[in-house]
Design a protein around this ligand. Structure first.
Ligand code: PMP
Length: 361
């Protein structure tokens, strides 16, 4: 090994992302409820668009993403020139950290916040700062108290992953208005579509000069495998992000499929309704079996156990029955299992196996 070849300082301190596909390695028949995917997958219109894209495999994709940005703009009532598209919202988070945070800067997020905030902050050489929550919910006062003159970015997922809780838009506005002048508030709306009559922070990002909203096609759109996300915010910030975006960061298949998906509102409405129905059912079924959870606004629930050992034992019991959920150790909640709201048979199965597990204790 050549010792002279070294990554940038801090890179080797980044913990590898926990979870994902490794959870199902070799378990093809498993019911996977560990990544907050939509059990119904994408709409038929999105699938058809994906099939058509095969005719363009030899062509480089469009670099400016105009078709997709226009479709998103029309559906959400937003200015397409203030939208940037990326390979999942992960990539937008990455762009934000690369462009706005570096050595000596701080990137804030809530203590049980999404893991990528920490990873992207560290990859940019910045210092990640986890701020405590109150009862597993974003605490605006704590975030404001945690800011310094070095704070460059504040990430808040609303609804939050893995807790499923959310705060009101007026609270987010209070946070944005209370930040030091050099800081950007990023409202991560990965699960926004699961909340009825919620704009994900779009209005705040339209009105305020220091707010960016990120969104994804990986959750309710059922396109996690394709990697498409977007960001929306002040023109000056979107312009900066575009300067570090690779020109061909999205393929024709990604662009065409996402455009068809965003226009199919019926599919989204059906998925939201069904998710709400099964989420309520699952939370109640688990509560009856002695497993509480906070009121979730997303497509998963965070089931709480007595301690880490009990959560791990329940995880093992589920796994033995071919059910894959997520013990959220990396999120500082090792006594919890995050369970994606699947289709009705999956929800019934997971509740049944957890019930059997609790009865054996
Ligand atoms: N934000 C949150 C809160 C998430 O839970 C996720 C996915 N787990 C993402 C962003 C990233 O999603 P993607 O990169 O698939 O768009």
């Amino acid at each position: 090994m050549n010792d002279a070849i070294r990554p940038q300082p801090g890179i080797l301190d980044i913990a590898l992302y926990e979870g994902g596909a490794a959870h199902v390695a070799g378990l093809t028949d498993a019911i996977k409820l560990s990544s907050n995917e939509n059990p119904f997958g994408p709409s038929d219109r999105a699938r058809e668009a994906f099939s058509r894209a095969v005719h363009f495999l030899h062509r480089y994709p469009n670099t400016d993403h105009r078709g997709l940005r226009t479709a998103i703009g029309e559906v959400h009532g937003l200015d397409p020139d203030r939208i940037i598209c990326g390979a999942g919202s992960d990539e937008i988070i990455h762009f934000l950290c690369q462009a706005y945070a570096g050595p000596g800067d701080e990137v804030l997020f809530t203590e049980h916040g999404f893991l990528m905030y920490r990873i992207s902050a560290m990859a940019a050489g910045a210092t990640p700062v986890a701020v405590r929550e109150r009862e597993r919910t974003t605490d605006v006062d704590a975030l404001l108290a945690g800011t310094t003159e070095r704070t460059k970015l504040v990430f808040v997922a609303n609804p939050n992953n893995p807790t499923g809780t959310m705060i009101g838009l007026s609270e987010l506005e209070r946070l944005a208005n209370g930040l030091p002048p050099q800081a950007i508030l990023v409202i991560d709306g990965a699960y926004a579509e699961y909340v009825e009559d919620y704009d994900g922070g779009a209005d705040l990002a339209t009105r305020l000069p220091n707010v960016v909203m990120t969104r994804t096609f990986s959750k309710i759109y059922g396109l996690g495998g394709l990697r498409i996300g977007w960001g929306y915010g002040p023109r000056a910030i979107i312009d900066v992000l575009n300067r570090i975006r690779g020109p061909f960061n999205l393929s024709t298949a990604q662009l065409e499929t996402a455009e068809a998906a965003v226009r199919d509102r019926d599919h989204i409405d059906r998925c939201r309704t069904e998710n709400a129905r099964m989420r309520a059912w699952l939370a109640e079924a688990l509560a009856e079996k002695g497993v509480p959870s906070d009121t979730s606004t997303a497509n998963f629930i965070l089931a709480r156990f007595a301690d880490e050992a009990e959560a791990a034992a329940c995880d093992a019991a589920l796994r033995a029955e071919g059910l894959i959920v997520r013990q959220v150790k990396g999120y500082g909640l090792p006594h919890c299992l995050r369970i994606t709201v699947g289709d009705e048979p999956s929800c019934r199965r997971v509740a049944h196996v957890i019930g059997q597990f609790k009865a054996r204790l």
